[in-house]
Design a protein around this ligand. Structure first.
Ligand SMILES: CC(C)(COP(=O)(O)OP(=O)(O)OC[C@H]1O[C@@H](n2cnc3c(N)ncnc32)[C@H](O)[C@@H]1OP(=O)(O)O)[C@@H](O)C(=O)NCCC(=O)NCCS
Length: 177
C-alpha cells in the first residue's frame, strides 16, 4: 500500500519531498531550537544535514512503510512543514513539524485530518496514532482536534535529546475505525 504522492486539502497541498526543498526546509525550521525541542533530533547546523534528511525522506517513498510529505500552502506553494505517516500493518503512526511562522493557524490539524481520511479509506487500516511528550501541549491539541483520544501514559518512552538524555514520558493518542 502506498499513499498518493499528492494530497490536497482546503488550504494545503501535501506532496512528496524533493531535493529542491532543502533551502526552504533549512531556512524554515530545522535550525530552530524551539521547533525541534520535542523532536528526536538536534537542530541542523548546516544545509548538508537537511539534504541528508531529504535524501532519506525521498528514498523512503521507494519502500513500503514510510511516506514523508512536505506540507505546502496551496495558494503560494510555500513549504511550511512536514508530516510523516508510517504504515505498521493495520496501523499508521504520524509525526509532524511546522515552521514557527505558520503555527497556530490550524494547518497541522488540517494535514493530520487529511492523513486520517486517506488512512481510513484503506480497507486494511484500523488505527491511526501518534505519541507526544507530556509537555508538548500544542501537539496534544492538534491530535485532539484531529479526533484522536488520549489512550494512556507511556512512561520513560522516548529520549528527546534537546531536553535531556533521560527518556521522557509520552502520551499515546489514537483514532480507530
Ligand atoms: C505541534 C505543531 C506541529 C502544531 O502545528 P500547528 O500548525 O501550530 O497546529 P494547529 O494550528 O493545527 O493547532 C495548534 C493548537 O495548539 C494550541 N497550542 C499552541 N501552543 C500551545 C500551548 N503551549 N499550550 C496549549 N495549547 C497550545 C493552539 O492554540 C492550537 O489550538 P486551538 O486551535 O484550539 O487554538 C507545531 O507546534 C510544531 O511544529 N511543534 C514543534 C514540533 C513538534 O512538537 N512536533 C510534534 C512532535 S509529537
Amino acid at each position: 500500500m502506498k499513499p498518493p504522492e499528492i494530497i490536497s486539502t482546503v488550504r494545503l497541498i501535501l506532496r512528496k519531498p524533493s531535493m529542491d526543498d532543502a533551502p526552504a526546509v533549512f531556512a524554515g525550521w530545522v535550525q530552530d531550537s524551539e521547533v525541534t525541542y520535542f523532536l528526536t533530533w538536534l537542530p541542523h547546523k548546516n544545509i548538508g544535514q537537511t539534504e541528508s534528511m531529504l535524501t532519506r525522506a525521498i528514498a523512503a517513498w521507494d519502500g513500503d512503510s514510510r511516506f514523508p510529505y512536505m506540507i505546502t500552502l496551496k495558494e503560494s506553494g510555500t513549504v511550511i512543514g512536514m508530516i510523516d505517516p508510517q504504515i505498521e500493518g493495520h496501523k499508521i503512526a504520524i509525526g509532524y513539524v511546522m515552521n514557527k511562522d505558520y503555527q497556530g493557524k490550524g494547518y497541522m490539524t488540517e494535514a493530520t485530518r487529511a492523513i486520517i481520511d486517506w488512512a481510513f479509506g484503506q480497507q486494511s487500516i484500523y488505527r491511526v496514532y501518534a505519541t507526544t511528550d507530556v509537555e508538548n501541549f500544542a501537539s496534544q491539541r492538534v491530535l485532539e482536534k484531529a479526533g484522536m483520544q488520549r489512550e494512556g501514559l507511556l512512561r520513560k518512552y522516548i529520549v528527546h535529546p534537546n531536553i535531556s538524555d533521560v527518556p521522557r514520558d509520552s502520551y499515546m493518542y489514537a483514532i480507530v475505525k
